[in-house]
Ligand binder design. Structure first.
Ligand code: FE
Ligand code: FE
Ligand code: ZN
Length: 286
């Protein structure tokens, strides 16, 4: 079974996002854990949560993914920025766990001049004050394109973060196809090689989710611009190769392509259609 969905707006609440996911014939979704560019969040009413859980169970959604706000920079040396980031990850882990969301993904952060090592130390301390031994939700580090002073463009940096924390078993990885391609991992021509590298450095079992995006920017550009599947430098065949790869096909895939809900519905239908056309009974039995 292919588990695929899109990043959904929570402007109308979480029940609405789940309802629209089902209407799109998707079976998972990503939502922001709070306002992505600010700091506020809405507390969902019990009735809304009940409807959300009901839809997700009725339609057998796969693992759900919450995305931390972009304003959260755990690598920052600026005290205010850092304290804010610590508070956000602490609160949102509790809030998302209460909704029984399986994973919370965040951008490791930008060191803004203090260097990669110092940035990673900050990220580790920030995670240690938020992650608990008893939590069920897993924290996913997102692979980044490496723009500016961004940490997480190499598998080694993600490994250093995970190895440094108190509860590494609570930390996994979310692979963003656009970001790794821009960072210099050639998933378009050598997906097997990239996965071998991931396995060697981090271990493939740590890979829990995939952000399925094409890239507007060329290979190794270290620029982060998402394109619709098949309309970028990665290309449709390579993205279909990601969805169907024996080592990836059981993972949940989340589209973060520049579309509204109707566009994402069509994109998912298009991907399913292509998979149907390429169907080979032995290879495609899921
Ligand atoms: Fe992201
Ligand atoms: Fe992403
Ligand atoms: Zn991106």
């Amino acid at each position: 079974m292919l588990t695929i969905g899109a990043h959904m707006s929570i402007a109308g609440g979480i029940a609405r996002a789940a309802k629209h996911t089902a209407a799109m014939e998707a079976n998972t979704m990503q939502i922001f854990s709070r306002n992505p560019r600010g700091s506020n969040y809405r507390t969902y009413e019990q009735e809304e949560i009940r409807i959300f859980q009901d839809i997700r169970n009725r339609y057998s959604f796969g693992p759900l993914l919450a995305h931390a706000p972009y304003t959260m920079n755990l690598a920052s040396a600026n005290e205010k920025t850092y304290e804010f980031a610590c508070m956000v990850i602490r609160e949102d882990l509790v809030r998302m766990e209460a909704l029984e969301i399986e994973n919370l993904v965040f951008h490791p952060g930008s060191h803004t001049g203090i260097g990669v090592e110092a940035g990673i130390e900050n990220i580790i301390s920030g995670l240690n004050q938020a992650v608990t031994e008893s939590q069920n939700i897993t924290v996913l580090l997102e692979t980044m394109s490496g723009k500016g002073t961004e940490i997480g463009a190499s598998f080694e940096e993600l490994k250093a973060i995970r190895d440094g924390v108190r509860y590494p078993e609570k930390i996994g990885v979310c692979l963003d196809t656009c970001h790794v391609f821009a960072a210099g991992y050639d998933i378009a021509h050598d997906l097997d090689g990239v996965l071998e590298e991931f396995d060697r450095v981090l271990g493939l079992p740590l890979l829990r989710a995939v952000h399925l995006n094409d890239s507007m920017m060329p290979f190794g550009s270290r620029k982060d611009r998402h394109a619709a599947a098949g309309e970028g430098e990665i290309g449709l065949d390579a993205l279909l190769g990601v969805i169907t790869h024996p080592k990836l096909k059981e993972l949940p895939f989340y589209l973060e392509t520049p579309f509204d809900e109707e566009g994402h519905r069509k994109e998912i239908a298009m991907l399913r259609g292509k998979l149907g056309i390429r169907k080979d009974e032995k290879e495609w039995e899921r």
